[in-house]
Design a protein around this ligand. Structure first.
Ligand code: FEC
Length: 307
């Protein structure tokens, strides 16, 4: 038995290769294989951005290693990180099983997504907890860290850097965004929307940005109504209001991946071009030291609170 604390670092997951897209998409669709049209459409999006490399996998690996390094510096020997992915291997359950195989008895889970929703982080937590209970691991979770001062500082720095080249004589609209979810989350008083607005408002205030709004992106291809407006509609509205300069700040995501590299950098960029607008995007956090410290401090705070 180990007296080290396991840290299950959870992330969305991405296919390992173009051949793995169907299995991945089937997992996202809870075991229902996508139609050939849906599969072709998703494969086309990956083809447009990845060129055979799926950036989220490497980014998640680097983020897990970065968090381990900060934890080792802060509290040498106390924590050991494991990876658990929502829709790809190693799955969340695999990560918990790997901890058990190493004799871990106490663990903390954290998701590489700062905002809590019953449909996002809540789902990760349920799956990890179920496997931890089966294997006799005592497990607690960091549910959100959307206002951690170091997360806000890292995002402020990115907004200020990305807005610097804009023409200050003309109006600039900053669009904060996050992955849309089905509208039905509102029926359960889900905190996702309010947490996203809190992050956006804290970043705007500290960055000195007065002209901003929040918009959704990357809504799923299902029959449910999804939270809107989508960024493609918002760009049209902003253009009609006379703006020629827009900065996209996808604060709901922490890595370079499909939803940023395709939905913003290709799809939204083409829409902005069609509207004769300049659209730039903040850099993603990836392994920013302030983000790594945000994760480490959130884990350590949870550990102290649990003891
Ligand atoms: O780069 C990559 O390979 C993966 C990028 C990726 C990230 C991501 C993050 C979130 N999602 C969230 C919610 C949903 C819901 C559905 C859904 C569907 C997809 C599909 C792909 C996909 N998501 Fe995703 N998401 C990423 C990719 N997502 C591909 C399937 C095709 C499509 O609809 O576009 C609908 C299915 C369902 O009901 O489960 C809901 C949320 C996040 C942000 C939090 C997190 O990272 O967990 C919320 C990255």
């Amino acid at each position: 038995m180990s007296n080290r604390v396991g840290v299950l670092v959870m992330s969305y997951g991405t296919p390992e290769s173009m051949d793995g897209i169907e299995e991945y998409y089937t997992h996202i669709r809870r075991g229902n294989a996508p139609t050939p049209e849906l599969l072709a459409e998703l494969s086309g999006r990956y083809e447009a951005v990845v060129g055979g490399v799926f950036p989220l996998r490497e980014n998640t690996n680097r983020q897990v290693a970065g968090l381990q390094a900060v934890l080792d510096n802060t509290q040498p020997g106390r924590y050991v990180c494991y990876q658990g992915l929502k829709h790809a291997r190693p799955y969340i359950e695999d990560g918990v099983s790997n901890m058990a195989a190493d004799g871990i008895r106490q663990a903390i889970g954290i998701v590489l997504a700062p905002h809590y929703s019953t449909m996002s982080v809540g789902g990760y937590v349920l799956r990890a907890k179920e496997r931890a209970d089966e294997l006799g691991i005592q497990m607690t979770f960091v549910e959100s860290y959307h206002l951690h001062p170091k997360l806000i500082e890292a995002l402020v720095d990115r907004v200020q850097t990305a807005i610097a080249p804009f023409n200050k004589e003309e109006p600039i609209k900053v669009l904060f965004s996050a992955h849309s979810l089905p509208v039905k989350i509102r029926e359960v008083n889900d905190p996702y929307e309010s947490q996203l607005l809190e992050t956006s408002s804290a970043v705007a205030e500290a960055a000195g940005v007065k002209d901003w709004q929040f918009t959704w992106q990357s809504a799923g291809r299902t029959r449910d109504p999804w939270l809107g407006p989508d960024i493609l509609e918002t760009l049209k509205e902003v253009s009609s209001a006379g703006y020629k300069q827009v900065l996209a700040a996808p604060v709901g995501f922490v890595s370079d991946h499909l939803e940023v590299l395709y939905d913003l950098d290709i799809e939204a960029q083409a829409a902005a071009k069609g509207l004769d607008m300049k659209l730039a995007r903040i850099q993603m956090l990836n392994t920013d030291p302030l983000y790594m410290e945000t994760l480490a401090e959130s884990v350590i705070a949870k550990d102290l609170w649990t003891q």
